[in-house]
Ligand binder design. Structure first.
Ligand code: CUA
Length: 349
């Protein structure tokens, strides 16, 4: 399709692109077929049943139950086929598959700030490997933006004060457009960039090319020290006033209300910015808020660190193939005193 002089569809460069396109071709086909049918029949009837003499009295119409049934049942089946097919594609798009690597995206008037798990940062550009599943974790510093890559057929709102995510798997190397698809102020139209899909080994070279930047998990570990998180959550003697954080991510947490919830990204965010909202069973409401003290990017770094300290578990965990998490745990020796990490006991209680 790319070679044609009119582009009917954007480049198709992700595993979902073909599926989304097929659905749209079906929708367009159904629309076209019925438009032609209705207009054709309309013109035919206008001629066939035209008035032939002045003061002609039309013959009375006899209804047909058969016909009524036919044009009720057929459109119903067609509408249901659109619903079922559309729901299928939607669920596949909306559910994160297993084994994704994470990339952090922060939207800001008017740029996209991206950080890879190794520390590599980029602005208005996103480098990704072909054939690997990527999960973007996204938030905004200000207005509502929308992260849109037409060639991947993905578009997801990026909201201040919460995380949204979106997965994709690129299938074709090349450079593609990246847009903001939600009006976000004066330079909204300039909030664009490019997505570069590289071969896997080429991508790994690119990723290791700029080692001067701290991996988010390592930067997060430094924040963990400097913000004093370690004095309550740390495992080195002074801990115990706050829940153990190693191994916490993705686990079930019991709150003092008896409620149970999953320790996910949203819960982490709330616990840092509004610690009194959900208190883990067995602990007091003593944690101060860090609202205004940590930037969106620092929050993501802290989260990357908390996620990484489950990797001490010798079993290869659910952390995905991303090189980052493992690196952060081992590389920590080069940095300020690392909180010793506990293995074993189910964390967070
Ligand atoms: Cu950001 Cu429009």
């Amino acid at each position: 399709m790319e070679s044609s002089w009119i582009k009917f569809v954007p480049d198709a460069a992700s595993s979902m692109a073909g599926k989304v396109d097929a659905l749209y071709f079906y929708l367009s086909g159904v629309t076209l077929f019925f438009s032609l049918l209705i207009f054709g029949v309309l013109i035919f009837f206008v001629i066939k049943y035209r008035r032939r003499t002045p003061f002609e009295i039309p013959r009375p119409i006899a209804g047909s139950h058969k016909l009524e049934m036919l044009w009720s049942v057929i459109p119903f089946m067609i509408a249901m086929s659109i619903f079922v097919w559309g729901a299928q594609v939607y669920f596949e798009q909306a559910r994160n598959p297993k084994g994704t690597s994470e990339i952090y995206v922060v939207g800001k008037q008017w740029m996209w700030k991206i950080q890879h798990s190794t520390g590599q940062r980029e602005i208005n550009a996103l480098h990704v490997p072909v054939g690997r599943k990527i999960r973007l974790i996204m938030t905004s510093e200000d207005a509502i933006h929308s992260f849109y890559i037409p060639a991947f057929r993905i578009k997801r709102d990026v909201l201040p004060g919460r995380y949204t995510d979106q997965w994709f798997e690129a299938t074709k190397t090349g450079t593609y457009h990246l847009f903001c698809a939600e009006y976000c102020g004066m330079n909204h139209s300039g909030m664009i960039g490019s997505v570069v899909v590289m071969g896997p080994s080429e991508f790994d070279d690119w990723l290791s090319g700029n080692a001067s930047q701290l991996a988010p998990a390592v930067a997060g570990q430094q924040l963990y020290q400097s913000l004093g998180c370690v004095s309550c959550h740390g495992a080195n003697g002074e801990g115990g006033r706050g829940p153990e954080l190693a191994g916490l991510f993705g686990k079930q947490v019991v709150l003092n209300t008896g409620q149970t919830l999953k320790a996910d990204e949203a819960y982490f965010r709330e616990s840092v910015l509004n610690p009194q909202a959900k208190i883990v069973s067995g602990f007091g409401p003593i944690m101060p808020t860090f609202q205004g003290q940590v930037s969106e990017e620092q929050l993501l770094q802290l989260m990357a660190f908390i996620k990484s300290i489950r990797i001490v578990n010798p079993q290869p965990s659910t952390a995905g193939p991303g090189p980052a998490a493992a690196a952060s745990a081992t590389r920590s020796t080069a940095n300020p005193p690392a909180p010793p990490v506990r293995t074993g006991s189910p964390a967070g209680r």
